[in-house]
Design a protein around this ligand. Structure first.
Ligand code: ARG
Length: 582
């Protein structure tokens, strides 16, 4: 149990015994750490209800304090605050019982749920750009956190592989290679296994096609027709689409692997396609959808809306399906295949109106159960140092690879400056530390906020950064390696710094529970920054390896080992790891 709760329970008894309502007994972490660790301000609030001076109430409460082993010092200060310090031996005992066995247990959710988490969301044949980074990084961390507290989690990449983008690519391919067998509709044989393009050609094809379609009406019409043929299942188009998918997915897997992001499901928009016809019939027959100017729509406005929520379009007036259609059908598919308790979407917050429409439509038409959770975790924009959306120097959309390369180069420079390392060594370490810089730089901000991607700041070894956290872990590892032996029994803290570090470690479980509850990785970042700071303060005050009291020294080693495990568990939940040295 959290320490504030343990202390509150003791004070509740005291408040009750003294004749006051136990509701006033709440203990919190002190606002004035220079004076005390914890405080209870209940006497101030009780004063009004009981028409008594707060000081008298607090005094009364202290007189009725029950026997306990968790309070080290308690006193009343004017006008009626109750200041509390924890008992040092209690703290070391609770840490020993929590982590003494060598495990770093995470409190498990009372009711484990089955959760599908939709993140990543890359589009086939389009290069990953910086906008996809946030979804991948945040989604991966939330997946790991939810899983760690005991939920059954399925991560789905939900590839964008349907719609006009595919028609555009096919049209451009045809433009360049008109004689390809895929476009011969009278052909009945097998199609070649080998794709008629490489991934780099493919990545260049989409932007070219997209640009041309904006100027050339006839070209755009051809792309729409190609899309239609694909969706109708014309053989050659299907086969070409499969080739595009195969090389694109292989490339995406490689890129996500570099980010240490993995998916349980590599499903795509096209997988929902078979569910569309029945869903449309159901929506029409059930009276959930109706035609409005030729388009099939579901009204989703509610009386309490303060802003206009337009209807959710299910089919366009030409009968074509769209992004909405696929998302609704994907909900049907997910319910059928996985029957989840909740579906979470980690998608740019600019799509929040869209998800409001989708969720309302799904509920209204009972595509999900009453109790099924649907949640959009909308993230903000990643901006450049000028505070504007991240762009290349030339003003284009920056590719993810380029952005990451900038970080890795800078990291390698800093690591090589830092000490004399062999070049390969510096490069491998730079990749590990660089990933922490990117992920921590992102995750330390509340997801919904925009943030500035600042290479200098993110790669710094000082301050609230990934490299600082890793540096702290590596420092601990190196002390442990120098000491070489097992630690010993954890003794009560001998200094303020040591006690603060221990107090931070006791909070681990409640921080993870809170991060899971709120699906908020930034809370874990704030916690490891605090813990790393407490550790470094302790480290500067303490000469661990030259200590002559061997029992004390062994206790410190145990404390270091616990700190290391807590920090490493946390960074694993954030999605990165520490190198052996740096
Ligand atoms: N592919 C989409 C994009 O790039 C993101 C997909 C998000 N997931 C979803 N179920 N709509 O914007």
């Amino acid at each position: 149990m959290e320490l504030t709760q343990v202390l509150s329970d003791v004070l509740k008894e005291a408040f009750t015994a003294a004749g006051y309502d136990a509701a006033y007994a709440q203990v919190k972490v002190s606002d004035r750490p220079d004076l005390c660790e914890f405080q209870c301000n209940g006497a101030m609030a009780a004063a009004k209800a009981y028409h008594k001076a707060p000081f008298m109430i607090a005094d009364d409460v202290l007189k009725h304090l029950p026997e306990n082993d968790c309070i080290g010092r308690i006193e009343v200060v004017k006008p009626g605050f109750i200041n509390i310090d924890s008992d040092p031996a209690y703290i070391s005992r609770s840490l020993s019982s929590l982590y003494g066995s060598g495990e770093t247990p995470i409190p498990q959710a009372a009711k484990p749920r089955r959760i599908v988490i939709d993140y990543g969301g890359p589009n086939v044949a389009k290069p990953l750009h910086v906008g996809h980074l946030r979804s991948a990084v945040i989604g991966e961390s939330i997946k790991r956190i939810l899983r760690a507290v005991g939920h059954e989690v399925l991560g789905d990449v939900h590839l964008g592989d349907w719609g006009l983008q595919m028609g555009l690519i096919m049209t451009e391919v045809r433009e360049r290679q008109p004689d390809l067998i895929y476009f011969d509709e009278s052909y009945e044989g097998d199609y070649p296994e080998e794709a008629p393009f490489t991934i780099s050609e493919l990545e260049e094809i989409y932007p070219a096609a997209s640009a041309r379609s904006k100027e050339d009406e006839a070209y755009k019409a051809r792309a729409m027709e190609a899309t239609h043929k694909l969706q109708m299942g014309v053989r050659g188009y299907r086969a070409l689409w499969e080739r595009i998918m195969a090389i694109s997915i292989a490339d995406l897997k490689k890129n996500y692997q570099k980010l240490d992001v993995t998916f349980d499901l590599w499903k795509a928009e096209s997988d929902a396609q078979p569910y569309i016809p029945d869903m449309v019939t159901y929506l029409k027959d059930g009276g959930y959808a109706h035609y409005d100017q030729g388009a099939l729509v579901i009204d989703v406005a509610e009386e309490t809306d303060t802003a206009v929520i337009p209807p959710c379009m299910v089919l366009k007036s030409d009968g074509a399906s769209l992004y909405n259609t696929t998302d609704l059908a994907t909900i049907v598919e997910r319910m059928k295949l996985f029957d989840p308790d909740e579906i979470i979407y980690v998608v740019d917050k600019r799509q929040s109106l869209y998800f409001t429409q989708i969720f309302r439509a799904a509920r209204k038409a009972h595509l999900v159960k009453e109790e099924t959770g649907l949640r959009h975790i909308g993230f903000g924009t990643m901006n450049g140092r000028d505070g504007k959306p991240f762009k290349t120097r030339a003003g284009g959309v920056m590719r993810l690879e380029t952005l990451l390369q900038n970080i890795y180069d800078e990291m390698e420079k800093k690591i090589s400056e830092n000490r004399n390392v062999k070049e390969d060594d510096a490069r491998t370490t730079a990749a590990i530390v660089g990933l922490s810089a990117v992920k921590y730089g992102d995750l330390s901000n509340q997801a919904s906020k925009d943030y500035i991607f600042d290479v200098d700041k993110f790669t710094s070894f000082e301050g609230n950064t990934g490299p600082y956290i890793l540096y702290t872990i590596v420092r601990i590892k190196s002390i442990l390696a120098k000491y070489g032996a097992e630690g010993g029994t954890l003794l009560p803290p001998a200094s303020r710094e040591e006690k603060d570090l221990m107090l931070a470690l006791t909070d681990f479980g409640s921080v993870i529970a809170d991060a899971a509850e709120n699906m908020a990785p930034h809370r874990i970042c704030a916690y490891i920054f605090r813990t790393a700071n407490e550790f470094n303060r302790f480290y500067h005050e303490t000469h661990i390896l030259t200590e002559e009291d061997k029992a004390r020294q062994a206790s410190w080693i145990t404390l270091l080992d616990m700190t290391k495990r807590v920090l490493e568990t946390c960074i694993d939940l954030l999605g990165f790891k520490a190198p052996e040295h740096m």
